[in-house]
Design a protein around this ligand. Structure first.
Ligand SMILES: O=C(O)CCC(=O)C(=O)O
Ligand SMILES: [Fe+2]
Length: 304
């Protein structure tokens, strides 16, 4: 298994266009336990009515779109908890952001079922709930947001639609409203040039918070779309936020803490082996908190 699964062309494309599809990023073997986890988390929520996809309740659309999302840690197996921290994703985030010191600041699972609601969205940029200002211009100020496809995502399975920057710039220019305006024609013009992010399971759609995109509806009868979203920023980029990981301390963090490598934990803000944070006392207190966490490399770095 190689750690680097992106090419220089992928990174150049992402930097230039703000979005790129990475095909065949994860293997079926890697996804299988994650799909089992998703079934355990969401499978029972599948609509039972075979005609459900014809009976949307249009009054509750927006809230219902997000009904089956959860933030890490997920009460399932380590597989789904560690997918967004896969070393190959970390490598792609590092290359895209131009720094080795990256942080995972958002990680959620999302199950969408045909008929659950109408998943159609207007074109928008995600910076609205990732920062209080606007997307930064330098690579290090940007974020890379990975949507990992656990299931085949065709247009009938609600593929994300997006507008590469070279197509949106002539339409919006310097303006970057979170939601494209319906009244001045911007929304329609973006839709005219949008591309589909449809791709098979194992693909990853990588985009930035400055890219116009929208969710689309699932129309395949009995269809479902399972995704994991993992978003990275450069360490020290305090503008960007979503999750404060320790906030949900009652959730099953042992699924992450007992199974993640120091590299993966570093993406959650845990200091690397050799960092002055690690002393005999902090090691002792951490092992008291997480008795099954492997602290060997942290302790070895103190004693070396
Ligand atoms: O799930 C999708 O395809 C896109 C959803 C989206 O863009 C959003 O909720 O911000
Ligand atoms: Fe979005």
């Amino acid at each position: 298994m190689t750690t680097v699964r992106h090419t220089d062309e992928h990174i150049e494309h992402w930097l230039r266009e703000g979005a790129v599809i990475l095909h065949d990023f994860f293997t079926g073997k890697e996804l299988a336990p994650v799909i089992d986890d998703m079934e355990a988390l969401y499978g029972h929520l599948r609509p039972t009515d075979p005609d459900a996809h014809r009976k949307f309740d249009s009054t509750t659309v927006r809230a219902k779109q997000f009904e089956h999302t959860q933030d890490m840690p997920f009460p399932a197996s380590p597989a789904v908890n560690l997918l967004g921290l896969h070393p190959a994703l970390i490598a792609t985030a590092r290359a895209a952001l131009g720094t080795d010191d990256v942080r995972l600041y958002q990680n959620h699972t999302w199950a969408k079922f045909t008929g659950q609601t109408d998943f159609d969205q207007p074109h928008h940029c995600d910076f609205k709930n990732h920062t209080l200002t606007a997307p930064g211009e330098q690579a290090v100020d940007r974020t890379i947001n990975f949507m990992i496809y656990l299931t085949d995502v065709t247009d009938a399975h609600g593929a994300i639609h997006f507008v590469p920057l070279s197509s949106s710039d002539p339409i919006v220019g310097d303006n970057r409203m979170s939601f494209a305006s319906k009244t001045d024609g911007t929304l329609d013009r973006l839709k005219e040039v949008e591309q589909s992010g449809a791709a098979p399971a194992g693909s990853v759609f990588a985009y930035g918070i400055d890219v116009y995109h929208r969710g689309t509806n699932l129309t395949a009868p009995d269809g479902h779309r399972f995704t994991v979203t993992a978003s990275y920023k450069a360490a020290g980029n305090d503008q960007i936020g979503w999750s404060a990981w320790p906030r949900w301390f009652r959730e099953p963090w042992e699924l992450v803490m007992n199974h993640a490598t120091p590299e993966q934990l570093g993406c959650l803000g845990v200091p690397a082996p050799g960092d002055p944070f690690w002393t005999e006392l902090t090691l002792h207190r951490t092992s008291e908190r997480w008795p099954k966490m492997d602290l060997t490399s942290y302790s070895a770095a103190i004693n070396s």
